[in-house]
Design a protein around this ligand. Structure first.
Ligand code: FAD
Length: 318
């Protein structure tokens, strides 16, 4: 399998197209997801990211009518989806690997599954907190920060396993990480966030994918700051076209980002979400034009289960 960084080098400055998909809710048909992204394959993404979701605690009525809290993974199947993607679309899958909900040993098992599948790319993340907890808590015996998980993957790349006494045959994962042009929600300041980002690179990360942003200046400033901090790896912009008026508040809250006033004004003028969707497409096309002119290595779209708007945008460039 080709590494994300190799795809970027091979493109020789040409901007590539890629997407991130989310596993279906447990019980839904995988073919709906695969058929849904099929139109985007026309634009030849060299790789497709697949998110990982930790379990959530839910209340169920147990024996004797007592309420029990049990952990349920609502969107299982990341590794299986990666295998199906590679088989059906002959595309490289980039599974996300998260700290949350995993012990280090469980993580090692997942990494072996990926290695045996021939997957050589992983996006290493801390993971979102459990919804009921609000703040991130590591599982007992698990990692607290993405940096610790990067060390585990980098060690496996050197043939160092958790408990093995002898050196193992080594993996060769290309390690992607997340970066936040508008600061990560939990970070005390942009400065500390950059310190932690730098540390992740020093520990072995090979490229950065940014959180979504709607104002390209945020990405340009982020890249400038990374470069001035000595971070030289590719920085892939993450993009999502606005699709509903509600997203103006929901996305801003969840992802801790600011919408440009011009986009808010255009969306507020719309009578229906169909019109907002069109505004979102046009805004995203403008973002893409600028990002391509700037030399962004890849335009990476968060599909969030929808592909028609992204197909319209990608059709202009790829
Ligand atoms: P980290 O790099 O660990 O940083 C988390 C916070 O801790 C930051 O505020 C950082 O500044 C701070 N920090 C880092 N190291 C230290 C340290 N040593 N001491 C003190 N503070 C520190 N979530 C999922 O659950 N599944 C996914 O598939 C997923 N995919 C994503 C893909 C992308 C491209 C992005 C941008 C995000 C994704 N997320 C996903 C969300 C992500 O998991 C959350 O944003 C999470 O809260 C932070 O993850 P991280 O890897 O950036 O964490």
């Amino acid at each position: 399998m080709t590494k994300v960084t190799e795809f970027i080098t091979q493109a020789q400055g040409k901007t590539l197209f890629s997407i991130e998909i989310i596993p279906p809710v447990k019980g839904q048909n995988i073919n709906e997801l695969l058929n849904g992204i099929e139109p985007l394959m026309e634009f030849k993404p060299p790789f497709v990211d697949v998110t990982y979701h930790r379990e959530e605690l839910i209340d169920v009525v147990g024996q004797g009518g007592l309420i029990e809290r049990i952990p349920i993974r609502k969107r299982p199947g990341t590794v299986g989806i990666c295998a199906r993607l590679m088989e059906r679309f002959k595309v490289d899958a980039v599974p996300h690997v998260i700290c949350g909900g995993f012990t280090k040993d469980e993580t090692e098992d997942v990494l072996f599954d990926l290695h045996y599948l021939g997957i050589d790319n992983v996006l290493v993340l801390r993971g979102d907190p459990e919804k009921s907890a609000g703040v991130f808590k590591a599982k007992l015996g698990g990692h607290s920060y993405a940096s610790e998980l990067i060390t585990q993957v980098a060690n496996m790349n050197k043939g160092i396993l958790l408990h093995a006494e002898t050196e193992a045959s080594h993996t060769d994962f290309c390690i992607g990480i997340a970066g936040y042009p508008e600061k990560h929600l939990d970070a005390e300041s942009l400065d500390t966030d950059f310190e932690h980002l730098k540390r992740k690179i020093e520990l072995g990360a090979n490229y950065i994918v940014t959180q979504m942003f709607f104002d390209n200046q945020k990405y340009f400033r982020f890249v400038d700051r990374c470069r001035s901090e000595g971070i030289t790896v590719p920085i892939i912009p993450g993009l999502k076209p606005l699709a509903t008026k509600r997203q103006l508040t929901v996305l801003a809250d969840i992802f801790h980002l600011e919408f440009p006033q011009d986009l808010i004004d255009e969306a507020q003028k719309c009578a229906t979400d169909k019109e907002v969707r069109q505004v979102g497409i046009e805004w995203s096309i403008q973002q893409c034009k600028e990002l391509i002119a700037y030399g962004a290595p890849v335009l990476h779209f968060y599909t969030m289960g929808k592909s028609d708007n992204i197909a319209q945008i990608a059709g202009k460039f790829f």
